[in-house]
Design a binder for this molecule. Sequence first.
Ligand SMILES: [Zn+2]
Length: 413
Amino acid sequence: MNDLRVDKARLWDSLMTHAQIGARDDGGINREALTPEDGKGRDLFADWCRDLGMEVAVDALGNMFATYAGTDNDLLPVALGSHLDTQPCGGKFDGVLGVLAGLEVVRTLHDAGLRTRRPITVINWTSEEGSRFVPSMAASGVYAGIFSMDEARTWTDREGIGFIEALRDIGYEGAEPVGDRKFAAFLELHIEQGPVLERKGAMVGVVTGAQAMSYNTVTIRGRESHAGTTPMDMRLDPVGAFTRIAAACYAKANATKDARFTVGLIDTTPESHSTIPNTVEFTLDLRHPKADVLADLIATYEAAAEAERALGFDIERDEFGASPELVFNETCVNAVRDAVKTCGYSAMELVSGAGHDAVYVTHVCPTAMIFSPCKDGISHNPAESITPEEAEAGANVLLQAALTLADAETIPA
Ligand SMILES: [Zn+2]
């Protein structure tokens, strides 16, 4: 089956057809998790799977598992997938590519009248984006035991609508306990969401692991006072403390190879131009491929915060998400490497800079990822763009890696 290839036009057509669900006027997609649009996107995916005779199951958090039977269905399936939800102002490929490429793999087998030894399951993980419901990678996180079902029951959106309630509203609360379903291996194809593959002229990224990440909310409390009457040296201005802490973190991150430091959200209280705020709350996102270097970045933040505490500020850091340095399963990564060679694509190896469902699933199942380049590294944006050839290349590597793993007697953890 080494010469088996996906149908480029069919894959592209499915991506474009699916992109009509939640389409925005600016070319982007708004299909946030568990909205009616997410429901429609799921329905279409499920219909396409059933057309191939796949059995579609849904677990208690709406994770969808569409299974194409193998020749030995006592063996655990090989799973392929990603997520169908998007950011409120997202693009056509983030997540969707991995799900629909999984479907394209099955369509290719189906067309050729072929069955693999192990079954193949195409997965749509619920609420990966974390925009409507925090955290990100929510349901794959519960699947992998990172979060509990009790935690999931407390998740609400900004309007106070519960995760489970929203799941029921779109008809995707299944009975199957989350995490019960096991797989021999999991492969996720995803756009890179960064500029590296494009810059290096590689059609495919072989993802060998994921960087260590720490997501935090930091609250700095100072003293509210009048902007006009309070001399600079008599203020306890939390925005001042924020700028000094941020400057220290920038300096460290800029001087540390492969470090990532981001403040994506800043809130002041009260919000008035003529009042020195009493509180600043901001997000602190720190990442590095090596856990010990990440710890060093966090230590830099802590030292800067400690210096501000000495000035009288009250500062708290709440880590609401973290992921350790990860190395993907060797057998799975090798299957991807071999697939790249079989297909003859230009490729490079890299470490994932973003969180993905695979980053959680790898804790409980042999896992690897494949990246497709995206134009200018842009994602979470209407301008998110890949070519049909890039989508085809990623899907062909997914196909060939899946064939290898689906015929494997054992896949060591
Ligand atoms: Zn994604």
